[in-house]
Design a protein. Structure first.
Length: 438
């Protein structure tokens, strides 16, 4: 991922230095377990740990790999350069490359998930704060992009909170699912290495032993992980799209914070564009690009092939780095979002009471008018608002068929905004819990 959309902590997880450090730890812990079992001399295991403070030379490993054409062998050769050929004689005893590669990948994904979970906590905290801040800020709800009925800005934030909370729970499960390691040797039979070695290494690396591996850890686990990242990215886009709509000039119910000195356009000095949320929409697409390749990685030949390897070298860092950046950008957008309650009311009243049509429809049916006739009466008055700019309540009060069923006072009562917000507290309790007061 390009530096523009990358944060250092997540980038560090995928650096060659980090990868080789994890490789080393796996090999060293495996030597310890082998020594405990009496398979290798204890002094050889201890010799491996003498490299614990070594900064592995990435350029040197690359130089060796250029000859060996094998990355794990290149690393093991470099390790032997540090601890001595005789001391390194039993490193990688009974293991295969995938034991190191797959276990390392899962360590990296778990660490990445921990950062992403913390990122989501920031987003959730920002959404909750703004939800309570605007719990009773009335705005028009829209369906198909058209005015529907009143809602509140707090409910908008609350529904995004609930969606992100579900995403966080999914990520927790995906983290657990991918947190396995395999030190099972060629084709996964443990023929040349004791299962106790796998158990020891996994315990040290914060993983669980893979119940059954072939020569690789099953890739359905990774498919689940990347699919979860894709869903979270779609939730980011869902929020971003709403903000982009609200910032449109004709709407202007909210907008991204426009900082002093910021410029919106190289050509038009008046512009204040929703550049951050547009960027989030694009970043969500990049994260979702990882989902289909991860799904396709599930089907491998027999006990192992490496068709998944090149894919994961790309999608693992790219998807996690991009999502980490996007979540942090989203948290900042929400925290600083400028909300315009006056414009919300102005927009809602643009069509002069039209959004109360369902209340009138229901009142007419309860007054004894058939639903078909009630719909006809309400719609013919609503069309005058659309087409002539009339006032909906005035038209209803002037319609003899309507007033034959409803008194002027009853019609007036149907335009009370409070009717639409009376269950906001109930919804908030469902989303944030009974004691979820901000």
């Amino acid at each position: 991922m390009i530096p523009r959309y990358a944060r250092p902590e997540m980038v560090a997880i995928w650096s060659p230095e980090t990868k080789f450090r994890i490789w080393y730890e796996i090999e060293a812990h495996a030597c310890d377990a082998q020594a405990d079992l009496g398979v290798i001399p204890r002094e050889n295991a201890e010799a491996v740990w003498r490299a614990k403070d070594v900064e592995f030379d990435v350029a040197r490993i690359d130089e060796i790999e250029a000859v060996t054409k094998h990355d794990v062998i290149a690393f093991l050769t470099h390790l032997a350069e540090h601890i001595g050929a005789e001391e390194a004689r039993f490193v990688h005893q009974g293991m295969t490359s995938s034991d190191v590669l797959d276990t390392t990948l899962n360590v990296q994904l778990v660490r990445a998930a921990d950062i992403l979970l913390a990122d989501m906590d920031k987003v959730l905290a920002a959404l909750k704060k703004r939800a309570y801040e605007h719990k009773d800020t009335v705005r028009i709800g829209r369906s198909h992009g058209i005015h529907a009925e009143p809602t509140t800005m707090g409910l908008t934030f609350a529904r995004f909170y609930a969606e992100m909370a579900r995403g966080r729970e999914r990520l927790l499960r995906a983290r657990e699912e991918v947190a396995t390691g395999a030190i099972s040797g060629a084709v996964g039979t443990f023929a040349n290495i004791d299962p106790a070695v796998e158990e020891h290494v996994c315990a040290k690396m914060g993983l669980s032993p893979e119940p059954i591996s072939t020569q690789v850890i099953p890739r359905d686990r990774h498919a689940m992980f990347f699919a979860t990242l894709g869903v979270i990215a779609s939730s980011i886009e869902n929020i971003a799209i709403e903000i982009r709509h609200m910032q449109r000039t004709e709407v202007l119910e909210a907008e991204e914070y426009f900082s002093p000195g910021q410029k919106g356009s190289s050509a038009m000095p008046h512009k204040r564009n929703p550049v951050l949320t547009e960027n989030l929409t694009g970043l969500a697409r990049l994260v979702r690009m990882a989902v289909v390749p991860a799904m396709e990685n599930v089907a491998l030949w027999h006990e192992r092939d490496i068709s998944h390897s090149s894919v994961e070298r790309g999608i693992a860092p790219d998807a996690t780095i991009t999502l980490d950046f996007a979540l942090n950008r989203l948290a900042g957008v929400i925290e600083k979002l400028v909300v315009y309650p006056e414009n919300m009311l102005k927009n809602m009243n643009k069509f002069k009471g039209l959004v109360m049509s369902q209340r009138v429809l229901l009142a007419l049916t309860q007054a004894g008018v058939s639903r078909e006739d009630a719909y006809r009466l309400v719609q013919r008055n609503a069309m005058k608002v659309w087409e002539q700019g009339a006032d909906f309540k005035t038209e209803l009060l002037g319609d003899a068929e309507v007033t034959a069923a409803l008194s002027p006072a009853e019609i007036e009562e149907k335009f009370d905004l409070g009717y639409h917000t009376k269950h906001v507290d109930t919804i908030f309790a469902r989303v944030f819990g009974e004691n979820g007061a901000h």
